[in-house]
Design a protein around this ligand. Structure first.
Ligand code: C5P
Length: 251
């Protein structure tokens, strides 16, 4: 992989050169976020948390009254597109949380955006092709500035079809619900396993069955099931696979 610097952009040879892109796709709770963060740190790449983009649109759409409590009810796509286009979204790495902070229209968005309710709003707005299209350039532009680790559902299939590495990290719904349950209990919150499992399955179903950019492994992706693996084992396997695909780690 050859890397160009920004002022090499004008010469025609440089048009075919680009920064490395590593895609980590898969359902929520499979461990993508942690693996993507660690990879980005080790490689000094940017991190694209594409789920955060859909979460922000979902949250803002809810606040604007566009989303009804009935998840199956359709949303006014024109209004949703206008809202999506009005948002200036940026990411800043936060070493303390091990995630990116999300900055919308110049202001940091609180942790509420990470909760399961907002995850549900995100998956409701994510079915709309115009919303996905509006977020496409923003995502692809991130790969023009430096190496990129992209975390999402359609990174390897739609956003970066020519990525250097594609991994689909999955886990059973039960294993993911158990992890979520542990996280909530550790945070001192109450948690109901059956309710968590039902929510996870509903979101998977919507993400996997939508018409546009459904969540699925790219044909050339490595599929890794983390159900019975700990974080270190998953990271080590992912790192090894990246190395096999020509990504150089100096730490
Ligand atoms: O990954 P995360 O749980 O933050 O994603 C929230 C929701 O955003 C997903 O359930 C999915 O509906 C949507 N999403 C998407 N495409 C992506 C990333 C997330 O449709 N690339």
């Amino acid at each position: 992989m050859t890397v160009f610097n920004s002022d090499a952009n004008n010469n025609s040879q440089a048009q075919s050169l680009r920064y490395p892109v590593i895609c980590i796709d898969g359902p929520s709770g499979a461990g993508k976020g942690t693996v993507a963060w660690r990879l980005a740190q080790a490689l000094n790449y940017q991190l694209l948390d594409s789920g955060a983009l859909y979460r922000i649109v979902g949250l803002k759409a809810f606040e604007a009254g566009l989303i009804s409590t009935d998840a199956e009810k359709s949303i006014d796509e024109t209004a949703l597109l206008a809202l999506t286009q009005s948002l200036q979204i940026a990411f800043e790495p936060n070493n303390a949380s091990g995630r990116v902070d999300i900055i919308v229209n110049g202001e940091a968005v609180g942790e509420q955006v990470r909760n399961e309710i907002v995850g549900g709003y995100a998956s409701q707005v994510a079915v709309y092709p115009k919303v996905r299209q509006a977020l496409l350039n923003l995502q692809q532009d991130m790969a023009k500035r430096s190496g990129l680790v992209a975390d999402g559902r359609d990174m390897g299939t739609v956003v970066f079809p020519d990525a250097d590495v594609k991994i689909f990290l999955t886990a059973s719904a039960k294993a993911r619900a158990e992890r979520r349950m542990t996280q909530l209990l550790d945070a001192g919150e109450t948690a109901d396993f059956e309710a968590i499992l039902t929510t996870i399955k509903a979101r998977d179903k919507r993400d996997e069955n939508r018409q546009t950019a459904p969540s699925k492994p790219a044909k050339d992706a490595l599929v890794l099931d983390s159900s019975t693996l700990d974080v270190k084992t998953v990271y080590d396997r992912v790192k090894q696979y990246c190395q096999e695909q020509g990504i150089f780690f100096n730490r």
